[in-house]
Design a protein. Structure first.
Length: 280
């Protein structure tokens, strides 16, 4: 996994605390202490698997001696049916208590990876890259953005802190594109890119004249996108955003934009169906 465990362990601990509360009453009253068990983790819907290391950590936090064996790697594609993606063994109480949190996180991440892979395939043959947005589930951003990468997409900014993105309300509050970009240039680190949202050709020209590194072409039709790409002419990164879906993304990519930012990768991805089945 290309994110350090230190970044997602707090997420896993918070999820466990939310679910367990004062204790897993069902497991405590039904399962004798010391009982051992083993189980298979099964993907039951088609898609791209993501989050195996996260699932492993959930079980390990409740049973440090639990044994987890991933049978595929993140990024593996599974078809319809029941596909074993991991096996886990250890204290039965711990496995049962960890089950739902582990599955929830893996299902969510695999769903995001699956949707992303579908978008990436739809724009194959163009230069456009599929990127995510900040429209992520609160508290799960690091996991969801990792899942986007697993699906073949690229991360946009991780938060408000790693890129200057001047949107319509910033422009209004600052007194215009020039005023906003000038202020940003004066105060932002020299290593940080500046992106400006534009919804008209005049705004595209103004953002370009101000030296924007990236111009976000917001909710433009295909003709406006093509004209904007001509105006920009490689002098800035052209990013299309707004209203993109699986029906429209290919035609938008064909306009020549460099980047397609799609909130649906994270805010609308359905969970992959994953279950945990105990051995008899």
């Amino acid at each position: 996994m290309d994110i350090p465990e230190i970044l997602f362990e707090p997420i896993v601990r918070a999820a466990l605390a939310e679910d367990i509360g004062a204790g897993d009453i069902t497991t405590t009253v039904c399962i004798p202490a010391g009982t051992k068990a083993s189980a298979m983790v099964l993907a039951k819907s088609p898609g791209v698997v993501a989050g195996l290391a996260v699932g492993a950590l959930v079980f390990r936090l409740l049973d440090p001696e639990a044994r987890w064996e991933a049978l595929v790697e993140d990024g593996a594609t599974v078809g319809a049916g029941r596909h074993a993606i991991a096996r886990v063994s250890g204290d039965a109480r711990a496995l049962l208590t960890a089950e739902r949190v582990a599955l929830n996180l893996m299902q969510r991440m695999s769903g995001v990876a699956t949707v992303t892979a579908r978008y990436v395939e739809l724009v194959s043959g163009t230069k456009a890259r599929i990127v995510d947005t900040r429209k992520t589930t609160p508290g799960l951003r690091v996991l969801e953005k990792y899942a986007v990468r697993v699906g073949g997409g690229v991360n946009h900014r991780l938060g408000l802190y790693d890129c200057v993105l001047i949107k319509d309300n910033h422009i209004k509050a600052a007194g215009g594109i020039k005023a906003a970009v000038t202020a940003a240039r004066a105060q932002a680190p020299h290593t940080m890119k500046i992106e400006v949202e534009a919804s008209t050709l005049d705004q595209v020209r103004e953002a370009l004249a101000c030296g924007a590194d990236i111009i976000l072409l917001d909710n433009m039709g295909l003709d406006l996108l093509r004209e904007s790409v001509k105006i920009i002419d490689g002098r800035a990164i052209a990013e299309a955003s707004g209203g993109l879906n699986e029906t429209t993304v290919a035609s938008v990519a064909a306009t020549g934009v460099d980047v397609l930012s799609i909130g649906a990768l994270t805010h609308s991805a359905p969970a992959m169906d994953i279950s945990l089945d105990f051995a008899e």
